[in-house]
Design a protein around this ligand. Structure first.
Ligand code: SAH
Ligand code: SF4
Length: 343
């Protein structure tokens, strides 16, 4: 059965016409779907009972079942959600004062195969639909019972390997008919799929872009991120130049420090060269240890050294301190990636 969230406004109007219903019902139904987050047709109390029944015969409401929820001492909550076909995904809510940041997934698993990433190790199950991405944010909102002020697509999956659904979800999150979150507070994180970075640069909304760099040395980056080795660092550098020219916005580079791999003096010098003179923010991340992985995090002192050296050449950089460590048992990465949008 088709999920009512996945049909267009035009298709909804056509379905209503077939059912002999006036056009204004579409607006009412869309409010239930996107603003109120109804999980059953019975909740749609301003629709006639007969219409509710007719809709229930034709459409499902998708819906996600919460398989697990862990709450950290610092207030962040991590959710394991089961989708209609049984695929499971994770998302996180992180409150700070009156703000609530959500980290959501764009795919179940990921096919990019980054060597340090727990999601990458398991491979891709499937891409999510726009409403499944949006639905995670609604789930967190409802669990906290408060407004979501920012969203980062840094959960499982590569957003730019699922471009249309990602943009669809972002637009809905941004829309006043959806959650009404400002575009600048909606962030996509990509491992660096160049054609999609260029496409994203041309989108009319002011969404924020983060790029996982992790090394500015080609052979190291190839080793760490084999899924994007068909694009060279020079390609990436040029694409980011175009992105900045077109948008005027500052992208973030994510750089998880891995002891002996990308934290050496040579690596630091290359990173400085890559960023010098460009508009960028570098986020130095402590590697989140993945069980069974050979990679170890660097020291805090080394992270501080990276930030200092970047700062010396005028590149804005920060170390992201992780929260929610106590709930991170099996999650390869979710918690750390959320920190930046909290700042
Ligand atoms: N696929 C996208 C978004 C999801 S991954 C991307 O790669 O950007 C979100 C972030 O978590 C990326 O910066 C990724 O490199 C990082 N990450 C993955 N595994 C990690 C780990 N073990 N420790 C720290 N960060 C990690
Ligand atoms: Fe996929 Fe991102 Fe993990 Fe790489 S870091 S495997 S792109 S989720």
């Amino acid at each position: 059965m088709q999920d009512l969230h996945d049909i267009s406004h035009g298709e909804l109007l056509a379905a209503l016409e077939e059912l002999g219903q006036p056009k204004f019902r579409a607006k009412q139904i869309e409010e239930w779907l996107w603003e109120k987050g109804a999980t059953s047709f019975d909740e749609m109390s301003n629709l006639p009972k007969t219409l509710r029944a007719a809709l229930a015969e034709r459409f499902s409401l998708g819906g996600m079942e919460q398989l697990a929820r862990q709450e950290s001492e610092d207030g962040s909550r991590k959710y394991l959600l089961k989708l209609a076909d049984g695929a499971a995904i994770e998302c996180v809510g992180m409150p700070t004062g009156a703000r609530l940041a959500v980290c959501a997934s764009t795919q179940a698993g990921c096919g990019m195969g980054c060597a340090f990433c727990a999601t990458g190790a398991a491979g891709l199950t499937r891409s999510l639909t726009a409403s499944e991405i949006y639905g995670q944010v609604m789930h967190v909102r409802d669990d906290f019972g408060s407004r979501v002020t920012s969203v980062v697509l840094m959960g499982q999956g590569e957003p730019f390997a699922n471009y249309d659904a990602t943009l669809g979800a972002l637009r809905r999150l941004n829309s006043p008919d959806g959650l009404g979150i400002g575009a600048r507070h909606l962030t996509v994180s990509t491992c660096g799929i160049i054609p999609q970075i260029l496409r994203f640069a041309k989108e009319p909304e002011q969404f924020t872009l983060a790029v996982s760099l992790h090394s500015a040395v080609q052979r190291t980056r190839n080793l760490l991120m084999p899924g994007v080795k068909r694009w060279s660092l020079l390609n990436l550098y040029e694409a980011m130049g175009t992105y900045v020219d077109l948008t005027g916005r500052r992208p973030t580079y994510e750089y998880a420090l891995i002891r002996g791999i990308n934290d050496t003096d040579e690596e630091l010098a290359s990173l400085v060269d890559f960023c010098r003179g460009t508009l960028a923010h570098v986020n130095i991340i402590q590697l989140n240890e993945v069980p069974g992985s050979k990679f170890q995090p660097s020291s805090e002192a080394r992270a501080g050294e990276f930030v200092r050296r970047l700062g010396q050449v005028g590149v804005e950089a920060t170390v992201r301190v992780s929260r929610g460590a106590d709930i991170d048992a099996a999650c390869g990465q979710l918690r750390q990636r959320m920190e930046r949008k909290r700042g």
